[in-house]
Design a protein around this ligand. Structure first.
Ligand code: ADP
Ligand code: MG
Length: 728
């Protein structure tokens, strides 16, 4: 095995950056392989194009006859891009994207063949759903599902395949993917936010949720990756001693990007451009070999598709550059993990960002309305955001003093905090003209000035207001953004609906519109302040303070997923038609199963590594030491020998001790793993993996890492951290 490590290292030393031909202007590539509005206009009749736009903008159904025309146009366009196959591209709950390719090619009479693609093929395709997770839906109901075209997201060509963004639904109507509930939540927030936005501007007819994600990742050379079964099977290193040169120096952050990585990024950006993913920034991250990329924000559904597509592309392009990309939230112990910040806002069809303060008091009151309603929603339903990001990988990150803690709180900056304090003081009921003028001029009117010099940035907050958007920072790097976006938009929509009805009630009672709005906001500030936290989210004090405030600290995935089934949370989904109770339960079950099986796999891989790689290597080295000691005994006098062999004998003993620890811990691990595995109830099973299996990893790892420091480097089988993180 150690020759595998050294051969890999040799290979890495020989590597050269793979040159990438970058066009003079990246913009010429933009949307080249997307069936974009422009392409549709070119390939479609006006009528067919009109139906697509009505579906995109107003959610209208596309009639059957039009589907045939659209399919024909899509096929012609795809053939012109070299496509031979088509697939319904969707995001099942496994977390990756799925596709089943069918050829356009169809034999016809007379030994001939044509390229065929009809409306029914476009609208619907039946993959075999039996191997996708469905959280028990399969057992009781019809689990086979169908994919259906989502016209709100553009089709695209990758290689020789036309990809048709789709939803995935069971025959009994349950959603089996990330996208369907997201689309429902987006529709909900559109309706709710439009109603509220119309208090301020009657011209608003539609509100879109916007998302700008920031994707963090690690690159590891593929040869080195292949020497680490833990990276291969679990996406993270289960053992490995910290390198001498760690992250302490922080010299990687915003430093120059290594050339091989830079070539990878350029290649990736070219592929992104062709697919319409508006990648804008790239830089080094805090840890060595860690990077980030981020696009210009987009409508949330499109942005979610683009992030999934980006992750596919990243893995694909990495192969070409002899890299593996790691999306795991914590691939290396002692080194910063990876997240995926979700920047979120709401914007109107009149071109306004509802979370951006405006030029006059009226616009600012609009800003405050959406701002405070969001705070209120998170205060009431923060646990839903927590469970939306719950996953085995993210557990390593949340609260590990490098990422936001598992306690959901909101950072808004001291100036806005003061504004809320002022607003809280407005009178209940009718306000005097003086009071109104004062508030408008001195509180609401001053917001843009405040924000301009609000450079306050709190990196430790899981949910921070950053000038004209909220940034949900606790999302894991491997996550699909659809779920956090579904939750956030649902809870905000629900809150806005309540707000609207409360304000309307006060108006009916004779209050002026602005008075009514001030009154309701004032109450919201009072009841939601609890969630606001401006201090250091990493500190132990915050944990204690949060406990006093009765904010939950759901540290593990099983804990977070347990809260997901609280009646209050089921109600909000059901009441708003985002998910049915059965869907919620099924999704919860899928996440629990995924959690248990990940820990199960990690336990297995760690045991195998310990028994097949580490213990034999340690014994091997120990034998060398024993030989050495025996030799010393032969050639030296007893007194001299005692002196000269002391260190070796100590080392021999320590190695035996470490081996004994590893052996007994692995035995225990395997027993606990088997016990957990046999627990029927999925919640209890996940808890057992979390509480009884996972904690045993630490003792094994620590003994293995000690051995790494004792055993001759020449025979150590696993590629070391310094090699994984610092070779070019
Ligand atoms: P950071 O300092 O956290 O890296 P940036 O200012 O670079 O933050 O912005 C990060 C992301 O915020 C970008 O992806 C950008 O597209 C996104 N963003 C900006 N405005 C909005 C908005 N109105 N809605 C959603 N995302 C937005
Ligand atoms: Mg950010």
């Amino acid at each position: 095995m150690s020759h595998l490590r050294f051969n890999a290292l040799k290979e890495v030393l020989k590597r050269n950056p793979i040159p990438v031909e970058v066009p003079e202007k990246l913009s010429v590539l933009f949307n080249q392989n997307v069936f974009s509005e422009d392409a549709m206009r070119e390939y479609m009749t006006k009528g067919a194009f009109g139906y697509i736009m009505a579906a995109r903008e107003k959610g209208e159904k596309i009639p059957r006859e039009a589907a045939d025309q659209i399919a024909a146009a899509m096929k012609d366009w795809a053939l012109s891009k070299g496509a031979t196959h088509y697939t319904h591209w969707f995001q099942p709950l496994t977390g990756t994207t799925a596709e089943k390719h069918d050829a356009f090619f169809t034999p016809v009479e007379g030994g001939k063949a044509i390229e065929q693609f009809s409306g029914s093929m476009l609208v619907q395709q039946e993959p075999d759903a039996s191997s996708f997770p469905n959280g028990g839906i399969r057992n009781t109901f019809e689990a086979r599902g169908y994919t259906a075209w989502d016209p709100t997201s553009f089709a695209f060509v990758i290689g020789t395949t036309l990809c048709i963004p789709s939803v995935f639904i069971s025959y009994t109507g349950e959603t089996l993917d990330y996208k369907t509930p997201l689309l429902r939540a987006l529709q909900l927030v559109d309706e709710a936010a439009t109603d509220v936005a119309r208090y301020f501007d009657r011209n608003v007819n539609k509100v879109q949720s916007t998302l700008g994600w920031e994707q963090e990742y690690f690159l590891v050379d593929s040869a080195l990756f292949n020497t680490r079964p833990d990276l291969q099977f679990t996406g993270r290193t289960l053992v490995g001693h910290s390198p001498a040169k760690g992250q302490q120096l922080d010299d990687h952050y915003f430093g120059s990007i290594p050339l091989r990585a830079l070539m990878y990024m350029q290649d990736l950006e070219i592929e992104c451009m062709k697919l319409g993913i508006p990648i804008k920034t790239r830089h080094n991250e805090v840890a060595p070999n860690q990077f980030e990329c981020a696009p210009v924000f987009e409508e949330a559904n499109q942005a979610v598709d683009h992030n999934s597509l980006l992750m596919d592309l990243m893995a694909r392009v990495a192969r070409k550059h002899d890299f593996r990309v790691l999306f795991h939230e914590k691939p290396f112990k002692g080194v910063n993990g990876s997240g995926k910040h979700n920047n979120w806002s709401l914007s109107t069809d009149t071109g306004e960002n509802l979370l951006s303060p405006g030029k006059n008091p009226k616009k600012n009151l609009q800003f405050l309305t959406f701002f405070i309603n969001t705070i209120k929603a998170v205060n009431e339903y923060g646990d839903m955001l927590r469970s939306a990001i719950a996953a085995a990988g993210n557990d390593h990150r949340l609260g590990a003093n490098e990422a936001p803690p598992a306690i959901i709180s909101i950072f808004i900056g001291s100036q806005l905090f003061n504004v809320l304090n002022e607003l809280e003081k407005v009178s209940k009921g009718k306000m005097s003209p003086d009071e109104k003028t004062d508030i408008k001029l001195n509180v609401v009117g001053k917001i843009p000035e405040i924000l301009l010099d609000n450079t306050d940035r709190n990196r430790t907050s899981p949910f921070a207001f950053t000038g004209n958007k909220f940034e949900f920072r606790a999302v894991g790097s491997s996550a699909n953004c659809a779920e956090p976006m579904m939750v956030l938009n649902t809870i905000v929509a629900h809150q806005l609906k309540k707000f609207k009805s409360e304000v309307d009630k006060l108006i009916d009672k004779g209050l002026k519109k602005d008075e009514a709005i001030f009154n309701v906001l004032r109450d919201y500030i009072k009841t939601s302040k609890n969630i606001l936290f401006e201090g250091d989210g990493y500190s132990g004090d915050w944990e204690m303070e949060a406990a006093k405030r009765k904010l939950n600290n759901l540290k593990t995935t099983p804990e977070a997923l347990k809260s997901e089934l609280n009646q209050k949370y089921i109600d909000i989904y059901v009441e708003n038609g985002v998910l049915t109770k059965r869907e919620i339960e099924a999704r919860n079950e899928i996440k629990l199963e995924k959690y248990s099986s990940l820990i199960d796999i990690e336990a297995q891989v760690l045991s195998d590594l310990a028994r097949n790689h580490i213990i034999p290597t340690a014994i091997n080295y120990q034998n060398k030491l024993i030989e050495n000691v025996q030799g010393l005994k032969e050639i030296f006098s007893a007194a001299e020998f005692k002196d000269l062999a002391k260190e070796q004998i100590d080392l021999i003993k320590t190695i035996s001790e470490k081996i004994a620890i590893i052996k007994s811990s692995v035995d225990k691990l395997l027993v606990e793993k088997t016990k957990s595995h046999h627990i029927e109830d999925s919640h209890k099973r996940a808890e057992a993996f979390c509480d009884n299996v996972k904690p045993l990893f630490d003792g094994i790892r620590s003994a293995v890492d000690d051995l790494e420091m004792m055993v001759d480097d020449e025979i150590w089988p696993l590629t070391k951290y310094r090699e994984l993180l610092f070779t070019k």
